[in-house]
Write a protein that binds this ligand. Structure first.
Ligand SMILES: [Zn+2]
Length: 569
């Protein structure tokens, strides 16, 4: 049994950073952290889990049977006999009945606002009439001039085999401005009323970083990237109150813990989002731990920076993460910027949304002001530009262990991989995309798919990989992620880039320790080790013992964050 004793604690220098080193968890923690570790021998545990198959993600003791929790941390991890000896009156004893337990999962890149989920029109349907019906129903109770908007739209999932068009939307919603927003977040389809109010016609030129799609001398309705601003500025939207935002956080954090997620990195947000998190936390409604990235260029980031707040400010539940920017288009919406064109569109190399100077400027600002930076870069061209900036700041103002991140980092090659390793950057490749978005990969082709979402390559180059759904664009369920990374199979069983398959244990490590590393917290959480935060998940079946094509179907039995049960199936 490993047990975090008073003696070890004192010998370690009385801080958790030292404790981490004493426990063989690597280099000393670089930043100040809380000191909630018990100063006395821990006494009666609050919770004991026994009779489990515990996959600890700790090389010193990879598998065990039981553990004890006190004050939100693991205090003992070992055999049934050892841990049962610690049970006292008042200990909550959980007999796992042979179930599998793992560290809680992190989603290190997603957008879980919760407000759209609570108030918008969810159009995650498989037929176009269902989408139109949902919008029609909403329009019936929406005042004139107010937007009717659907979210979770996905152009490639319809039985009709075609996307929603302007004409479809006109038929369902003729009198309001209306749109469906792609779950990828980079394109929308608008109706004629919206274009008319915005003064956008077929001959309106494309703005920088955006595109109005046209066909046969007409607008199709589809609009990409920054061109959407030209349309979105018109129309009215019901005000979203502070209470609604708080309710959104409560809702989505509860939903995500149902899937086994215990930590979330919200990779961009405004002040209102940060306030909502704080409100939900204060009200006891925050179910997961949050590492929050203010958006680059936002008042939120400017204000935090001016106040001297840096990456890591906060506590174990809510902290300021890095600052977030976006340099190119999307993988799932086929707008990312590549050095070679899309299949069937020889002139289409995708879209950049920042130029090299802007990337340099943003990186220098973050790096010199104590911020980790996360720049969205999907295509190899965008990744190269981001690496140029990361290499430059480390040359000019060296700061080891900056852990700057390349958000998504979808299409790589050997030279990019070498540079990522050398500069110490962290990629956050999509973890459910191969499975969920498989039908989109035909537009990249088999050769590119050998280098996309390159989990195997990152591990081979010894690059620390973070787990990322990009929800809403991708499903966040970590068990679907494990299945996707292990099988590289889509919904129809087609395999995409088999060379990038990884083992189940590698995938589990990415979803746990990989997430902790990406927020500088690998000595606080990410595995089941005495002294660490007691975040874990209990699964009804062991994913090691099922057909890999069915991992996503395993029910989550329980999710515990900081020793508190947040979900029980
Ligand atoms: Zn994102």
């Amino acid at each position: 049994m490993t047990r975090f004793s008073r003696r070890e604690f004192l010998e370690s220098g009385g801080t958790l950073a030292g404790a981490g080193a004493a426990l063989g968890l690597g280099a000393a923690w670089p930043r100040a952290i809380d000191a909630q570790t018990p100063r006395e021998t821990f006494g009666a545990p609050d919770m004991v889990v026994h009779n489990a198959r515990v996959f600890t993600v700790d090389d010193a003791q990879p598998m065990t049977e039981a553990f004890a929790i006190k004050n939100g941390r693991f205090v003992a991890v070992g055999s049934n006999d050892d841990v049962r000896n610690l049970i006292a009156s008042g200990t909550d004893v959980i007999d796992a009945d042979g179930m599998t337990v793992m560290p809680g999962f992190t989603d290190a890149h997603c957008h879980p606002g919760g407000v759209r989920e609570l108030t918008g029109v969810n159009v995650n349907f498989r037929t176009i009439p269902e989408v139109l019906n949902a919008l029609r129903t909403k329009a019936a109770t929406t005042p004139p001039d107010y937007w009717v908007r659907g979210h979770m739209y996905d152009d490639t999932k319809f039985r009709e085999g075609r996307p929603v068009t302007r004409r479809d939307l006109d038929e369902a919603v003729p009198n309001h401005p209306a749109a469906v927003d792609h779950r990828g977040g980079h394109t929308s389809v608008y109706n004629s009323k919206a274009f008319e109010m915005a003064g956008v016609a077929v001959d309106t030129p494309d703005p920088f970083g955006g595109h109005f799609f046209r066909e046969d001398g007409e607008l199709t309705g589809k609009v990409a990237e920054l061109a959407r601003r030209e349309v979105d500025r018109i129309g009215r939207t019901a005000p979203i109150t502070r209470e609604t935002r708080q309710a959104g956080v409560a809702f989505i954090s509860k939903e995500m813990t149902k899937a086994g997620i215990t930590t979330v990195h919200q990779t961009h947000g405004a002040t209102t989002a940060l306030v909502a998190l704080q409100d939900a936390y204060a009200a006891g409604e925050l179910h997961f731990r949050m590492y929050f990235f203010p958006s680059g260029g936002s008042d939120c980031y400017a204000g935090l920076k001016a106040a001297g707040v840096r990456t890591g400010f906060g506590d174990d539940w809510l902290q300021i993460g890095g600052v977030k920017y976006g340099a190119d288009g999307a993988a799932s919406e086929r707008t990312m910027r590549m050095s070679t064109p899309y299949v069937g569109r020889p002139d289409d190399y995708g879209i950049l949304t920042m130029d090299q100077d802007e990337i340099h400027e943003a990186t220098e600002d973050a790096h010199r002001n104590g911020y980790q930076i996360g720049i969205h870069a999907n295509g190899d061209v965008a990744i190269d530009m981001v690496l140029n900036a990361y290499e430059r700041v480390q040359r000019e103002w060296p700061k080891p262990d900056s852990r700057h991140r390349i958000e998504h980092c979808s299409l790589v090659n050997d030279s990019l991989l070498r540079r990522i390793k050398t500069v110490g950057a962290i990629p956050t490749p999509f973890y459910t995309y191969v499975h969920y978005h498989g039908n989109k990969w035909v537009e990249y082709g088999e050769e590119k798919m050998r280098w996309m979402f390159a989990h195997r390559s990152f591990l081979d180059y010894d690059i620390p990989v973070a787990p990322a759904s990009d929800y809403m664009p991708g499903p966040y369920e970590p068990l679907m992620a494990l299945q996707s990374m292990v099988t590289r199979k889509d919904f129809d069983g087609r395999v995409w880039g088999a060379n990038q398959r990884i083992t189940l244990d590698e995938a589990i490590r990415i979803c746990t320790m990989g997430g902790a590393y990406a927020s500088f917290e690998e000595q606080k959480k990410g595995n089941i080790v005495a002294g660490k935060l007691a975040d874990f998940v209990m699964l009804a079946r062991d994913p090691h013992n099922v057909d890999p094509d069915t991992i996503k179907e395993i029910p989550i039995a329980r999710t515990v964050v900081g020793g508190k049960t947040m979900y029980e199936g």
